[in-house]
Design a protein around this ligand. Structure first.
Ligand SMILES: [Zn+2]
Length: 382
C-alpha cells in the first residue's frame, strides 16, 4: 500500500452512522484491504495500543471478544476491529444448520431466537468493521454445509458482513479444491478461510498449492488465523490476512490445542531472516547455540536478537510485539501492484532459504532445513 492509500483509508475511519449509505457498499472490506491484521486474545488492549496509527487492526477471538470489541471501539474509533466468536471449535456445520445459532428452546424468556441478520447486526452495532457470520466447522468430504452457508449468507441484505469458513485442510487438496473454490466464489460477501489441522496444514505441498490457488481465484478472500503464510496469501490476491502469534491463534484445531508444551509460557517468536518460529527458550537452547540469531531491526528489538525473551509477563508481551513489528515491516515492504507483490514474496522466500543455507554452514549443522511450508513456497515459485 502506498502512503497516499494508507492516508485515504485512515481518513475513512469508522462511523457506524454511515453504514447503509447506498453509495458506499462494503466499506468494511476496503478498510482492511491489503492489510495484515493481528489475532489477539487477552493481550488485545496492549496490541491495540501498539498498533495505534499503523492503519491496521485486530481480530478478537473467543468468548470475551464482543465485550473487548465494544471497549476497544470506544478508545480507537478508526482502527479495523473484528470479533471472531470461534463457534467452530464446538459446532460442526450441517446441511440444515451451517451456522451455530442460539437455540429457541434454550431461551428462558420465550422470545424468538436471534436470526443470522440480528447476530451480524449486533456485531456492527458494537463497532465491528466487518461482522462475522458464525459458520460451524466444515468437516471433510461433504460440500453440502458450505453450499447452504453461502446460500443463507447471500440472502442477507446487510453489508459489511463476512463469511468465515473454518474448513478442514483436506478441502484445499486434490479434487476437493476445485469444488471448494467454485462454491465460495458464489458468495456475495467476503469469505475468510481458516484451516483445521493438528499441525501446520501448509507443510503439505498440495495444500499450500491449493491455498495459493484459492487466493488467486476468489475475489475478496481473506486468510484467517494464519502465520507468515498470510503475507504469501496477500501477495497472491487475498484481500487481507489475519496473523496470530500463539499456535492456538494461527491455526484452528477442532480436536483441541496441539501445543506440545502448553505449560511453557515463553513467547513464540518469529525469526524474520530465517522465516521460522519457535518459543524463545527453545530457540536459545537448540537453535542459536553456536551462531547467534541475527539482530532484529524492529523498534522494540533495536538490533537485539529475537530469541532473548524470557517468560515474564513483560517479556511475553515484548516478544509478541516484536512479531507485530516484524509483520508490519513485511507488509509495508510488499509492493501494492499484483505482479510486484508476487515478486516481493518470491524474493522473500528465496532470501529466507538462502539465509538458512548460510546459517547451516556457519553453525556446521548440515541437517538443518527451512520450514516445510517455506520449502513448499520455494518449490512453487522459485
Ligand atoms: Zn524485533
Amino acid at each position: 500500500m502506498t502512503p497516499a492509500q494508507t492516508i485515504t483509508l485512515n481518513q475513512i475511519g469508522h462511523d457506524p452512522s454511515r453504514r447503509g449509505a447506498p453509495s458506499t457498499p462494503n466499506r468494511g472490506i476496503e478498510e482492511i484491504r491489503g492489510k495484515v491484521l493481528f489475532a489477539a486474545g487477552e493481550d488485545a488492549y496492549a496490541v491495540a495500543a501498539h498498533l495505534r496509527g499503523s492503519g491496521t487492526g485486530i481480530v478478537l477471538t473467543g468468548s470475551e471478544a464482543a465485550g473487548q470489541l465494544r471497549r476497544l471501539r470506544a478508545t480507537y474509533p478508526k482502527m479495523p476491529l473484528i470479533a471472531d466468536p470461534k463457534v467452530y471449535q464446538d459446532y460442526t456445520a450441517t446441511l440444515e444448520r451451517p451456522f451455530a445459532m442460539p437455540d429457541a428452546d434454550d431461551q428462558l424468556s420465550g422470545l424468538p431466537a436471534a436470526s443470522l441478520a440480528e447476530i451480524a447486526q449486533a456485531q456492527l452495532d458494537q463497532g465491528a468493521t466487518l461482522a462475522v457470520l458464525p459458520m460451524g466447522y466444515l468437516a471433510p468430504g461433504d460440500a453440502g454445509p458450505l453450499r447452504s452457508a453461502v446460500a443463507e449468507a447471500n440472502e442477507l441484505s446487510l453489508r459489511d458482513v463476512m463469511l468465515v469458513v473454518p474448513a478442514d485442510w483436506s478441502w484445499l487438496r486434490g479434487s476437493h479444491l476445485k469444488q471448494f473454490i467454485a462454491i465460495v466464489r458464489q458468495s456475495t460477501h467476503p469469505v475468510a478461510v481458516a484451516l483445521n489441522n493438528k499441525g501446520n496444514a501448509l507443510d503439505d505441498a498440495a495444500c499450500l498449492h491449493g491455498y495459493r490457488s484459492l487466493f488467486e481465484q476468489v475475489p475478496n478472500a481473506i486468510a484467517w488465523r494464519t502465520d507468515h503464510n498470510g503475507l504469501g496469501a496477500v501477495a497472491h490476491g487475498a484481500a487481507a490476512a489475519v496473523i496470530g502469534f500463539r499456535a492456538s491463534l494461527r491455526h484452528i484445531s477442532v480436536e483441541g490445542d496441539f501445543s506440545r508444551s502448553p505449560e511453557n509460557k515463553h513467547p513464540q517468536v518469529f525469526v524474520p531472516d530465517l522465516m521460522m518460529w519457535g518459543k524463545s527458550d527453545f530457540l536459545r537452547a537448540t537453535y542459536f547455540t553456536t551462531v547467534p540469531a541475527a539482530g532484529c531491526t524492529c523498534g522494540g528489538c533495536k538490533g537485539a536478537a529475537p530469541d532473548r525473551f524470557r517468560d515474564t509477563p513483560a517479556d511475553i508481551l515484548a516478544g509478541n510485539l516484536h512479531n507485530v513489528d516484524a509483520f508490519l515491516a513485511d507488509s509495508r515492504a510488499m509492493l501494492t501492484d499484483p505482479a510486484g507483490a508476487r515478486e516481493w514474496w518470491r524474493q522473500r522466500i528465496l532470501t529466507a532459504v538462502q539465509a538458512m543455507e548460510r546459517f547451516k554452514l556457519e553453525a556446521q549443522r548440515p541437517r538443518l532445513k527451512p520450514r516445510a511450508d517455506i520449502e513448499n513456497w520455494f518449490n512453487e515459485l522459485v
